[in-house]
Design a protein around this ligand. Structure first.
Ligand code: SAM
Length: 286
């Protein structure tokens, strides 16, 4: 079945009485070249396994299953079950779990279902309403995976792949850079989806590092600092930081001095190394 043929997809969905849920971010891919590209560039190959988030009608699931030995897909919408039974009928290496990815223990899923399958790759056309929480969950859970390759809104992709120390970066940029090496892969026009969203998208890949790329000392404190610093992205970070940490401003200013950070620095001016040094100093002195 041609899952990128609009006529076929419309007929299939009508037959199953399926209507798109905007709140679940259901914009399905109907361009034939995008899913094979995600699977290829996402690292999928024989001797490996893939985890997908959000199957839709299975257009990407199928491409992953053609390349990997095993695919586990997590989809929240039970209404897609009869559709997927039909579209993925020919595959015996796909298992679909109907659940909310944010409530799923992915580490357990991997140990129970993917042990012995070689390298594991996560690939998805993410539901946009939960892009950041999903990415943060996948990274913070420290999963035994090689890479996360996902389609997100273009603006989110620009933010995630921005260089630290530039106007485009944010808290998510710092988090992603801590756990992985991010790369912008390719842009995807809004016309490649049904229904068509009113934004363009991009596919990014996060290559997961065996251990974090920066020595921050206290990891929990690092993320508190990042969140507080970027809570007012364009403003000086001393104030929100002293409030969040409950620390006297003068004391914090001295730590800034010690780390070679300007007292009036804005978070978007700092490199990862500077945030890491700040975290180590705060941890040691407060
Ligand atoms: N992979 C398909 C494609 O490319 O056409 C569908 C992508 S669509 C943008 C996002 C999918 O994620 C939908 O099928 C939606 O039902 C599912 N989804 C939404 N929220 C979810 C959640 N919390 N957990 C798992 N799946 C979710």
């Amino acid at each position: 079945m041609e899952l990128t043929n609009i006529g076929t997809v419309k007929e299939l969905l009508a037959k199953n009485g399926f209507s798109f849920s905007k709140s679940l971010g259901q914009n399905f891919l109907i361009n034939p070249s995008v899913c094979p590209k995600i699977a290829e560039m996402g690292g999928c190959r024989k001797g490996s396994a893939a985890i997908e988030i959000g199957t839709g009608i299975g257009v990407l699931t199928k491409e992953l299953a053609l390349r990997c030995d095993k695919v586990i897909a997590v989809e929240i919408d039970e209404r897609l079950r009869p559709v997927l039974d039909e579209t993925l009928a020919g595959f015996d290496n796909i298992e679909i779990i109907f659940a909310d990815i944010l409530k799923t223990d992915v580490k357990k899923l991997i140990s129970e279902k993917l042990t012995g399958y070689g390298d594991i790759f996560i690939c998805a056309n993410l539901p946009y309403y939960i892009t950041s929480p999903v990415i943060m969950k996948l990274l913070e859970d420290r999963l035994p995976i090689k890479a996360v390759t996902v389609m997100v809104q273009k603006e989110a992709a620009d933010r995630i792949c921005a260089d630290m120390g530039t106007r485009e970066c944010g808290a998510v940029t710092a988090a992603v850079n801590y756990y992985s090496s991010p790369e912008m892969l390719f842009r995807v026009n809004r016309g490649c989806f049904m229904p068509q969203p009113n934004v363009d998208s991009a596919v990014i890949r996060l290559d997961i590092n065996d251990k974090p790329r920066y020595d921050v000392g206290d990891e929990k404190l690092f993320f508190r600092i990042i969140r507080a610093a970027f809570s007012q992205r364009r403003k000086q970070m001393l104030n929100p930081l002293s409030t969040a940490l409950g620390t006297d401003k003068e004391r914090l200013s001295e730590i800034f001095d010690k780390c070679g950070i300007k007292r009036n620095a804005r978070p978007e001016e700092l490199k990862m190394e500077e945030f890491a040094a700040l975290c180590r100093s705060i941890s040691a002195e407060i």
